[in-house]
Design a protein around this ligand. Structure first.
Ligand SMILES: Cc1cc2nc3c(=O)[nH]c(=O)nc-3n(C[C@H](O)[C@H](O)[C@H](O)COP(=O)(O)O)c2cc1C
Length: 499
């Protein structure tokens, strides 16, 4: 940020925590072990339990918890803020290696963190539960009666450093340019905090922001989202509308911000933590902002002052067109001492996890469990929120197709549904692919529902989102032909063997 002197970066207590090792993924269970676990624990999802975790209430304690669980990948090698950081962060997500902690980003005075909630392993740490409890926890915290209201405080770590007015220069903020198809440097990992001008309730959302000048961003939103309805509900919708961007957060807030709900999503974050999230009023806007944020940008959305913004890697895995979006005029930038900048790699795993996986799996599970109380479900991030995998103990030959119909009816985005047996680890793409390859007779085991309604940005759909939904029964049809046991080898930790 624009300060007269450039700060030396120290990690303080993090020197101890951010060890040099890049930890590897946890070892998968053998099928035999999976079966044993299922027998003893009911509907377990065949993933290893994590050791009890460090309590999390901000980004720093989360980094500590990730480190303890072997889920932090510290990158000390120098990387460019243009593309290279995103390339490395995307590879960390694709290989489920760990969240990225980049300590040597060229031109950045601060470390940059990415991939906070980019996998089931990390979602479990963020939620403070085991892998097979994630849907239960999400289902519970999404119930409005379980919401925990935020708590107002007068102090916030980010009050330590502030710049207002003409001194602001956001070109000095370490905002990465992510994908090579992106139209510039975008803030993607900030949580937008706004307030309903009529009811007064707060709201969290994600809105990509293109850096356009020293005090100006482009602000992307579908205008039917809460933030758009807020500014339009005023007597003069074109008046400047106050907004705050909180960067570097407790993952509970990150997860809550991805939920579309008519209540303040801070209630959901409070439900995850079991206590109210501390918020502090902004310096130039009347908005309650998470007090533990690393960096805060305050400003006003100018609904009538529009400019081309985009393209950016979208959730569906393509680059969109530039939008004619409102701009934001920045009024204040604040940061805690030695802050950590946080980013989300757009159009990639974390984007899908926060926006599509965590908020929707409980809904889908409710639908399928209406038919089969033992069925499990996962929305894999590599399917961009259009694919769901259901796991069952197969009984009657037709059940799988009924379950697929239930899942595709449950949410408009769900287009392809694959149903697998219990011996398939539904969290592993290669396992699902194995079932598709070896257990599907393509004439008999699939069905399509043509002309069904999907998301209007679904790349297979027409402009109104009309496409075909597909159900695939990838379970083992014993009645068709008998095979023996599936081949499996005991899982080992390769780092014990490779030097
Ligand atoms: C990483 C990420 C980026 C997103 N970016 C945008 C965006 O630029 N514009 C938009 O309209 N929605 C975007 N979304 C979707 C919504 O902001 C978000 O899901 C939120 O729940 C909006 O809900 P609300 O209208 O109930 O507040 C994004 C979601 C995620 C997870």
């Amino acid at each position: 940020m624009a300060t007269s002197e450039r700060r030396e970066i120290t990690f303080g207590p993090f020197e101890r925590l951010l060890g040099p090792s890049v930890d590897r993924r946890t070892t998968p269970l053998t099928n035999q072990r999976k079966r044993e676990q299922r027998q003893t624990r009911g509907h377990c999802t065949a993933m290893r339990r994590l050791p009890r975790m460090v309590p999390v209430n901000d980004l720093r304690s989360y980094i500590e918890a990730l480190t303890a669980a072997g889920q932090l990948a510290r990158v000390d090698t120098s990387v460019s803020i243009e593309h290279e950081l995103a390339d490395v962060a995307a590879a960390l997500e694709r290989t489920d290696t760990g969240a990225g902690y980049f300590t040597a980003v060229e031109g950045s005075p601060w470390p940059i963190f990415s991939g906070a909630v980019a996998s089931h392993r990390r979602a479990a740490i963020a939620l403070g539960c085991d892998h097979d409890e994630i849907i239960d926890v999400m289902g519970r915290v999404l119930e409005p009666e379980n919401g925990v209201a935020p708590v107002r405080t007068e102090s916030a770590a980010w009050l330590a450093n502030q710049i207002t007015g003409d001194d602001i220069d956001v070109t000095t903020l370490p905002i990465p340019t992510h994908s090579r198809g992106d139209g510039g440097a975008f803030i993607t990992g900030a949580v937008t905090v706004t307030k309903d001008p009529i009811g007064g309730r707060g709201n969290l959302s994600y809105n990509r922001m293109l850096r356009m000048g020293p005090r100006t961003f482009g602000f992307n939103t579908n205008e039917w989202r809460d933030v758009g309805t807020f500014w339009k509900s005023r007597e003069n919708p074109d008046d400047p509308f106050p907004v705050a961007l909180a960067i570097g957060l407790d993952p509970a807030i990150m997860i809550a911000a991805g939920v579309k709900t008519p209540v303040d999503e801070l209630l959901i974050a409070g439900a995850i933590r079991g206590s109210g999230i501390e918020v502090c009023r902004g310096t130039t806007v009347d908005i309650d902002i998470p007090a533990a944020a690393e960096i805060v940008i305050e400003g006003h959305i100018l609904p009538a002052n529009r400019a081309p913004e985009g393209p950016l890697a979208e959730f569906h895995g393509y680059h969109g067109e530039p939008w004619n979006s409102p701009t934001v005029e920045v009024t204040c930038v604040s940061w805690r001492d030695d802050p950590i900048y946080q980013t989300i790699i757009p159009g990639w795993y974390e984007h899908i996890y926060i926006g599509n996986v965590l908020p929707r799996e409980p809904l889908l599970r409710r639908f399928i469990r209406h038919l089969d109380p033992d069925a499990d479900i996962h929305i894999p991030p590599y399917g961009n929120g259009f694919l769901a995998v259901i796991q069952i103990e197969r009984d009657n030959p037709g059940t799988a197709k009924n379950l697929a119909m239930a899942a595709m009816a449950a949410h408009i985005n769900i287009r392809n549904v694959i149903v697998v047996d219990r011996d398939i680890d539904m969290y592993e793409a290669s396992e699902v692919q194995w079932a598709l390859t070896n257990r599907v007779h393509w004439d008999d085991d699939i069905f399509t529902v043509s002309g069904s309604q999907g998301h209007e940005m679904d790349p297979t759909a027409d402009q109104r989102g009309v496409s075909s939904k597909v159900g695939i029964d990838a379970t083992y049809k014993r009645e068709r032909r008998e095979y023996g046991e599936r081949v499996s080898y005991a899982a080992v930790n390769l780092t014990d063997y490779l030097r």
